[in-house]
Design a protein around this ligand. Structure first.
Ligand SMILES: Cc1ncc(C[n+]2csc(CCOP(=O)(O)OP(=O)(O)O)c2C)c(N)n1
Length: 541
């Protein structure tokens, strides 16, 4: 068989049923083989979004997402999507076509050094030099993407290699020198952690996206419930802990709850699980307790001690280590600490100002309404900006609900393609995409993809006719009203755009109108966009 066919066979061996991509000259052999296969190919509108679709698909299915692009501009268009997946540890395999082997390095038509370009933000990348290498490389690519700390892996395949013949045999095992992720926590370190936790008076669990990536939600919930230790989340950790639990104490970080940041600084022991403690997550922390004990659990040893001094490092898979902690049956008397937390919450009240939103739609009302009416398994994807933080702070996690966003890179235009990928991974799940008017314009073409495949996501577009978050930053940095480049001079008719793509769209200007429309949207079989007109001065927090 030829190399292109071998790639398809590898995808089949990995159980891949859906790929997202965009063709071009350097992937013609691969697309010809795709045509003959049973793999479902989703033709997206821009390669950046192919990675976002694959990322949403991966987050929704807990499997590796796959996308394909041609060489040169196709490959370079992928870059923001790949970096987005890398920063949020999402397992994606990206296959790119490359110019013919003998032309590499000659500035050939549509040649780009995608290996060099993506080296800093792929977990690993490969240039295939002969068709015979394809099975081994593909096996390794899936293995690396999905094991240890997950992430994107790129496989660049010159077009001549796609046509070259090979004898196909798929390896059963992978052995990569120097790559042995640690899954089991070190016994001695776990023992030290248990002792420290038992001694602590004001313990706190700080749960991040790693808990969700490791599928350790149940273990976390059991651990918190049995030990009676309260839980804070990072932005990426939202969804790992239910908001109706008395042990849930909010989101930390620059857009988190003030009381959560304060609680962090009062704790005498923090158990950090799957959090990388980026500047956004730690910026608003007041002085930490000088005697603070820090137990840091992470699959990636490089994250431990990087941004916060750690007293007890535990390298391993969050699911296993939380299960180990659960075996130790830690039950603390945290009654006084929980009382103190209640008082801290009163000192730092959450502001529900402007809830009537100057007569227009209140984002807080919308998210409150969604919290009430959505299924206990619903997924919300949020874009970047005020819409992201409104959703993070006001959408309630119950049951197995999820909140997904581009936390690390903060990539505008993520929510819509990621939501569509997620819905494609699980048709039965309610998936809501929260967008801003700036962010949706980064991926408008994907309305076509959504429409074409009748992907039943519901898009809630908060239109303040501004790049709201940046405008607010300018108010804070340069003085109220000192704005630069945050208003588009034309106000776009998003309803007409939705309709032009064949998607049902409506505009609402009041909370009551929203309530009526959301019912219709949820009952509608297929995609639906509700454009909510929001006052530009509506604050993020
Ligand atoms: C690709 C990209 N470009 C620029 C930014 C910087 N940025 C962060 S938030 C934001 C404004 C977002 O505006 P909009 O989508 O309308 O959402 P809002 O803040 O109004 O809810 C911008 C420009 C970014 N995060 N991503």
């Amino acid at each position: 068989m030829i190399g292109a066919k071998a790639i398809i066979r590898c995808l089949e061996e990995e159980g891949v049923t859906t790929v997202f991509g965009y063709p071009g000259g350097a992937v013609l052999p691969l697309y010809d083989e795709l045509r003959k296969s049973d793999i479902n190919h989703v033709l997206i509108r821009n390669e950046q979004n192919a990675v976002h679709f694959a990322s949403g698909y991966a987050r929704g299915s807990k499997r590796v997402g796959v996308c394909i692009a041609t060489s040169g501009p196709g490959a370079t268009n992928l870059i923001t999507g790949i970096a987005t997946a890398y920063m949020d540890s999402i397992p994606v395999v990206i296959i790119t076509g490359q110019v013919s082997s003998e032309l590499i390095g000659s500035d050939a038509f549509q040649e780009a050094d995608i290996l060099g370009a993506t080296q800093p933000f792929t977990k690993h990348n490969y240039l295939v030099k002969s068709a015979a290498e394809i099975p081994k490389i593909m096996k390794e690519a899936f293995y690396i993407a999905s094991t240890g700390r997950p992430g994107p892996v790129l496989v660049d395949v010159p077009v001549d290699i796609q046509k070259e013949a090979l004898r196909f045999s798929y390896p059963k095992e992978v052995s990569i020198t120097g790559y042995k992720p640690t899954y089991e926590g070190h016994r001695g370190q776990i023992k030290r952690a248990v002792q420290a936790i038992k001694k602590s008076v004001k313990p706190l669990i700080y749960a991040g996206g790693g808990v969700i990536a490791a599928d350790a939600i149940e273990e976390l919930r059991n651990f918190a419930a049995s030990s009676r230790i309260p839980v804070v989340n990072s932005l990426m950790g939202i969804g790992s802990f239910p908001h109706d639990s008395e042990l849930y104490v909010g989101i930390v970080g620059s857009h988190g709850h003030s009381y959560s940041n304060r609680i962090m600084s009062c704790a005498d022991l923090i158990i950090i699980v799957g959090v990388r403690l980026s500047d956004r997550a730690t910026k608003k922390l007041e002085q930490m307790n000088p005697d603070l004990e820090v137990v840091h659990i992470d699959i990636d040893p490089a994250e431990i001690g990087k941004n916060i001094a750690t007293t007890i490092p535990v390298v391993g898979h969050a699911k296993n280590i939380l299960a180990d902690l659960n075996e130790n049956e830690i039950a603390l008397d945290t009654g006084e600490w929980l009382e103190e937390i209640k008082e801290i919450k009163l000192e730092y009240p959450v502001l529900f100002n402007m809830d009537n939103s100057m007569g227009l739609v209140s984002p807080k009302h919308v998210l409150g309404m969604l919290s009430e009416i959505l299924d206990d398994s619903a997924a919300v994807t949020a874009d970047v900006g005020q819409n992201q933080i409104w959703a993070a702070r006001n959408y309630q996690i119950m049951g197995t609900r999820g909140y997904y966003t581009s936390g690390g890179l903060g990539t505008m235009g993520y929510s819509l393609p990621a939501a569509a990928g997620m819905k494609m991974a699980d048709e039965s799940r309610q998936v809501i995409s929260i967008m801003g008017d700036g962010s949706i314009q980064m991926c408008l073409g994907e309305l076509g993809t959504v429409s074409e495949h009748n992907v039943g996501i519901k898009i809630i577009l908060f239109n303040n006719n501004r790049l709201g978050m940046v405008r607010e930053l300018q108010d804070n940095a340069y003085g109220k009203g000192k704005h630069s480049a945050v208003v588009f001079d034309i106000s776009t008719d998003f309803v007409k755009i939705a309709e032009a793509y064949g998607i049902k769209g409506v505009r609402v200007k009041t909370n009551n109108e929203f309530d009526a429309e959301i019912e219709k949207a949820m009952a509608h079989d297929g995609p639906y966009m509700i454009e909510c007109i929001v006052h530009p001065d509506y604050a993020t927090i």
